[in-house]
Design a protein around this ligand. Structure first.
Ligand SMILES: Nc1ncnc2c1ncn2[C@@H]1O[C@H](COP(=O)(O)OP(=O)(O)OP(=O)(O)O)[C@@H](O)[C@H]1O
Ligand SMILES: [Mg+2]
Length: 163
């Protein structure tokens, strides 16, 4: 059976933690659609277009990974895409409670879609877009946390800000 997954997030910006999840999902499933959710409650630093461009650049080496924007109910997008799986990454216990609640709600909304959790690698366990932005804003070194294109974009974003 053909397995298609969607991997949702705000990706503001994409980090090595996200990429690890994408790579592993792409090995498990036939197709992965990275799903940029623009309308979260967070106030983003990168525009949707900037975030899409960075994701596109990063995923171009994976033939079975694409990216799309979606705002609305995630299970509706999964159904629309004929995807059976929602992929989520798990870091600390702090991710668990929220993700557990979301997974149960999504199952209530659509029983045909399964949420699949992939545990982070230890070297990414402390990594989030927010923390990377905070370090970049304060002119700290973010090498090894994000791909080079993202590192450049972050440095550019914050170059005129006083730390
Ligand atoms: N370092 C990481 N390791 C594993 N999974 C991760 C990592 N960072 C994010 N994820 C997962 O990626 C998905 C999208 O997360 P999200 O867009 O919120 O990224 P984030 O890095 O947590 O950003 P923010 O700091 O803005 O919340 C979620 O399933 C999240 O758990
Ligand atoms: Mg997050």
């Amino acid at each position: 059976m053909m397995k298609k997954a969607i991997y949702p997030g705000s990706f503001d910006p994409i980090t090595n933690g996200h990429i690890d999840i994408i790579e592993r999902a792409a090995r498990l499933c036939d197709e992965v659609v990275v799903t940029l959710l623009p309308n979260t409650s967070k106030s983003p630093v990168f525009t949707v277009e900037e975030r899409m461009d960075l994701i596109r650049d990063v995923i171009k080496k994976y033939p079975n990974v694409t990216v799309k924007i979606f705002s609305g109910l995630l299970v509706d997008f999964a159904a629309q895409e004929n995807a059976q799986v929602i992929v989520k990454g798990l870091r600390a216990v702090s991710d668990f409670e929220y993700e557990f609640q979301m997974a149960l709600m999504n199952r209530k909304l659509n029983q045909n879609i399964e949420t699949m959790f992939l545990m982070t690698q230890s070297q990414n366990s402390y990594l989030s877009s927010s923390l990377v932005k905070e370090v970049a804003r304060l002119k700290g070194c973010i090498k090894g946390l994000v791909p080079e294109v993202v590192e450049k974009a972050l440095i550019k974003k914050y170059q005129h800000e006083k730390s």
